[in-house]
Design a protein around this ligand. Structure first.
Ligand code: SF4
Length: 181
């Protein structure tokens, strides 16, 4: 089975790739994440994903379009639906690429994180799979989260401190500030 795996970052790819290879799935990585802000952080996570792929012998396709203004405008319009909009943007593009280039299915490393909205990611994947005419392979990778953290530490990969967008960066550091007071 040829699977196109959406990769949100290098560290989150560690366990899913290990798991899928152990189950004889042929994996190709796909990096498309215009939700990462600011731009220097985007470059850093992209370079880390590339480093991880190189050291893991993983083919990595990169769509490095960085539609910051469009993302911010959509995020502000979406309000509380911001993360759903963000998941759909990235996963629809993944589904379209998988369909266009003849993959059997797609999935995402977002399904490894206990900090992401797992059920919402799954629902978005099911929806875009149906609309784009390609299979979605669902995996609950979360039991392997700690193993993935350890692999990324052993590889000395850069591990980001917040989800991606400037809104999540604010939430992360404002929380820390108020706790420290
Ligand atoms: S918090 Fe994360 S998932 Fe939600 S909009 Fe920001 S980058 Fe996307």
């Amino acid at each position: 089975m040829r699977l196109l795996l959406h990769i949100c970052c290098g560290p989150c790819s560690a366990f899913p790739l290990t798991y899928l290879r152990e189950h004889s799935v042929e994996v190709t990585g796909f990096f498309y994440n215009p939700n990462i802000h600011p731009y220097k952080e985007f470059r850093k996570r992209l370079e880390t994903a590339r480093e991880f792929a190189r050291r893991s012998a993983l083919e990595l396709i990169v769509d490095d379009r960085y539609t910051l203004e469009e993302f911010l405008s959509n995020a502000l319009t979406a309000g509380k639906g911001r993360c759903s909009m963000c998941y759909e943007l990235r996963l629809r593009r993944t589904a379209q690429y998988a369909k266009e280039y003849g993959f059997d299915c797609f999935s995402t490393t977002l399904l490894v994180s206990p900090y992401q909205q797992h059920d919402q990611i799954k629902n978005v994947c099911v929806k875009v799979a149906r609309e784009e005419g390609i299979s979605f392979s669902y995996y609950d990778f979360r039991p392997g989260w700690q193993q993935g953290v350890q692999i990324s530490k052993d590889m000395e990969l850069y591990r980001q401190p917040y989800c991606g967008c400037i809104f999540s960066e604010k939430e992360r550091y404002m929380k820390k500030r108020s706790v420290n007071r």
